[in-house]
Structure formats: C-alpha cells, structure tokens
Design a protein around this ligand. Sequence first.
Ligand SMILES: NC(=O)C1=CN([C@@H]2O[C@H](COP(=O)(O)OP(=O)(O)OC[C@H]3O[C@@H](n4cnc5c(N)ncnc54)[C@H](O)[C@@H]3O)[C@@H](O)[C@H]2O)[C@@H](O)CC1
Ligand SMILES: Nc1ncnc2c1ncn2[C@@H]1O[C@H](COP(=O)(O)OP(=O)(O)OP(=O)(O)O)[C@@H](O)[C@H]1O
Ligand SMILES: [Mg+2]
Length: 404
Amino acid sequence: MNFIDSSICLENCMLASSSVYRRQLFLIRSLGGYCCRVHMEGGGRAISSSLSTLGADAEGVMRKITPKLDPSLYKGQAGKVAVIGGCREYTGAPYFAAISALKIGADLSHVFCTKDAAAVIKSYSPELIVHPILEESYSVRDDEKATVSAKVLGEVKKWMERFDCIVVGPGLGRDPFLLNCVGDIIRQARDAKIPTVIDGDGLFLVTNKLDLVKGNSLAILTPNVNEYKRLVEKVLQCQVNDEDAYEQLSSLARSIGGVTILRKGKTDLISDGLTVNEVSIFGSPRRCGGQGDILSGSVAVFSSWARHHLSTKNNESSMQSSLNPMVLGSIAGSALLRKAASLAFENKKRSTLTTDIIECLGKRYSLIIESEHSSINFICCQLLFICCIFFLFLHSLEDICPAF
Ligand SMILES: NC(=O)C1=CN([C@@H]2O[C@H](COP(=O)(O)OP(=O)(O)OC[C@H]3O[C@@H](n4cnc5c(N)ncnc54)[C@H](O)[C@@H]3O)[C@@H](O)[C@H]2O)[C@@H](O)CC1
Ligand SMILES: Nc1ncnc2c1ncn2[C@@H]1O[C@H](COP(=O)(O)OP(=O)(O)OP(=O)(O)O)[C@@H](O)[C@H]1O
Ligand SMILES: [Mg+2]
C-alpha cells in the first residue's frame, strides 16, 4: 500500500507568525520544497526526500484553492452551503457550522433543522437561511410517519441541487425518526453528486448505516476521538491503534470505500485510503465544545472550492490533478480552524469560546491569503535592495576605477 505522509506540522503557530519564518516558508514554497515521505509496503523502496515546508503546505493549499473576490462574480458563486442539523437539544452546533462557512467566504449558508430549533437559530443570526422542516418522533404520529418523511425529503430536494456542499450532523441529535429522514437526505445528496461532510450525530447515523457513505468519494467524515473509536470498532472490528495510526486510518478509509476521513485530535490526520496527510499546526489548548462544528463548516467551503479549482481548465500544474479535492478541503479547513483557535487563545486565553474562534476565522484567513502578497512584496523589495546595492557597488566601482 502506498501512502504519502506530507506532514504539515508547524510546532508553534507563534513561530509561523514571525515574518522571518514566513519569508523562509515562502522561499521554500516558491522553490517547490515540501516534506514528503512516501512509504511503500511489500518490500517497496522507501523513498524519502524532505525539505520540510511545515505549515506552508496547508497555507499553500488554502491560497491555491481560494477563489479571488472577482467583481464579475454574482451572489452564490463563492459557495452555497447547507447544514442539516439542529434539534430541541442542540442549536449552537448547526449555527457554528453554518456561520463559519459564511465567515470563511461562502455566499449563502442554510440550516435545515427542527421547528423547535429554527426560531432559536434564526435569532442567532439574520445571515443564515433557516428551514424548520425536520421532525423528531415526539411530534409525529405513527400513522403519519411515511407522509411526514416524504414531505421532509421533498422540501430538502427543492433546494439540494443548489448547494455546493452539505454538512450533516452538527447538533442533529439521535432521534430515530429524524435520523431515518436524514439518511434519505444523505442519499439524495449522493445522487446529486454534492460533497457531504458528516460530523457529530451524523457520524452516529452512518456508523450504524455504512451503506449511506460506502463508495462515495464526495463524502468526508470528521470524527473526534470518540466517534473515530466507534467507527474503527464497527468497520475494522478492532480497537484504535495509535502505534500505527496512519495505516489504520488509511485502512479504515479504504474499508468504507472512497471516503475521506479527517480524524480530529492533537494532530489532525486526513486520509482517502491512498494518502495520509497530517495537520499539527498548534491550535489552542482550550477544548471548548463547538470547535468541531466550526471545522465541519470550514471543510465544506474549502472542499467545494478545491473541487471547483481542480475542475477548472487552467488550474496550475503545481496542484497535481491526482489530488483529491476532499483531502485538500480537509487540510485547509483543519489548518484554518487551528490557526484561528490559536489567535483567539492569544487574546482570550482560558476564557476562549467557540464564538471567539469564529471571529478569528476571517482575520487569520486574510492574514494567510494576504501574506502571500506581502511575501511577494518582500521578495521584490529584497531584489530591489540587492539591485540598489549592486548598482551602488557598480557605481562606486565606476567611481573608484572608471572604465575609461
Ligand atoms: N453548543 C452546541 O450546540 C454543541 C453541540 N454539539 C453537538 O452535540 C452532539 C454530541 O456531540 P459530542 O461531541 O458531545 O458527543 P461525543 O459522543 O463525541 O462525546 C460525548 C462525550 O465524550 C467525551 N469526550 C469528548 N472528546 C473526548 C476525548 N477526546 N477523550 C475522551 N472523552 C471525550 C465528552 O465528555 C463528550 O461530551 C453532536 O451532535 C454535536 O454536534 C457539540 O458539537 C458541541 C457544541
Ligand atoms: N488535543 C488537541 N490539541 C490541539 N487541537 C486539538 C486537540 N483535540 C482536538 N483539536 C482540534 O480541535 C478541533 C475540534 O476537535 P474536537 O475533538 O474537539 O471535535 P468535536 O469533539 O467534534 O468538537 P465539537 O465540540 O464541536 O463536537 C479539531 O480541528 C482538532 O484539530
Ligand atoms: Mg463534534
């Protein structure tokens, strides 16, 4: 089995914020340097060449796939995301996922939730388009279940084609009737070839109904420690083995078939069964609830952008066409969340909340996107400086010993 570990590890985000370090990364990146360890099993040659780029890979991915804010674009072209989640018990998670998508750059963000949750989520933000159409068992009579289920599906179907990516699970809860309807929604998205991020209770659903995602290359699972453990036990029939985390993750993705898995943890591991990428940019020591929800919304936006980027005719050769847009979107989403968490923690320390991290998404992100421009400016200044010195040197040489 052949997988690539392009370890994207930045030990300390502070380091990355230093201009010297960023310049080095920019120079390494522009030299095409990257850290790549290819492990080949079965006696294959282990190839390793490394000129480590560290966090630049993740930043490079973000820069490559992020669409320019082109004045010719119209509303929606930068992305339309839908979150399927939100019930009596949870209203924060779908909000976190949906608003994060907008903060990163999607134009429209929808939430499909239960009636109880809808009024609450609408009150959080006018920017979200909230559809109160999901139902939980307590509000549906047994003899109405088939009709209500068909109605829910019909309502979602009206919108489905418009979305560039959907997120299933944040704050979904575990009500059997609701989960059954959401299973049909996942199938609908798959038929419409819409990338689908599965998080939170959506993972509870698909872990028990793997056929919902089996063989779907547009599905991205984003399990936390518990959710990953449940997946491994169900699919691989064994315990999580961190001694061989890469191989086990890769094997899990292959066993389910075609999916991309973003295993959240101290280091985020991302695999589609062919490659394994690692994002270990130091984020924040705060483990407040909701950060995984931000991540799911972020991955949704970046994956749809990566898919668009790779499908355009003039995409740059440096982004190998063999790359999986769902993997790229996961790398970018993970890196941005961790950088934003780090920035929020710098400001708020122990009182950092998920809402503080959401506020930093845009700030941190524009820093990354703009830093390329500042690095280019810096390079130009350096070249100009060198030319001036050279000119001065020439000039002084002319002074010192004139040619004629
Ligand atoms: N404000 C909100 O509305 C939030 C709602 N959420 C939703 O809550 C539902 C359940 O999510 P949970 O993450 O709580 O469910 P999990 O089943 O993932 O976790 C259940 C419990 O496991 C423990 N746990 C979590 N991470 C652990 C780790 N690394 N090691 C050991 N134990 C750990 C925690 O006590 C956690 O409450 C999901 O639908 C989720 O989207 C969460 O996203 C958090 C925020
Ligand atoms: N120990 C850690 N150190 C640094 N970052 C971490 C650590 N654990 C998780 N993270 C990061 O925090 C983010 C959320 O991971 P987490 O495991 O909290 O997800 P979650 O439990 O689904 O969150 P939520 O509360 O939103 O459901 C991930 O992007 C991950 O990279
Ligand atoms: Mg979660």
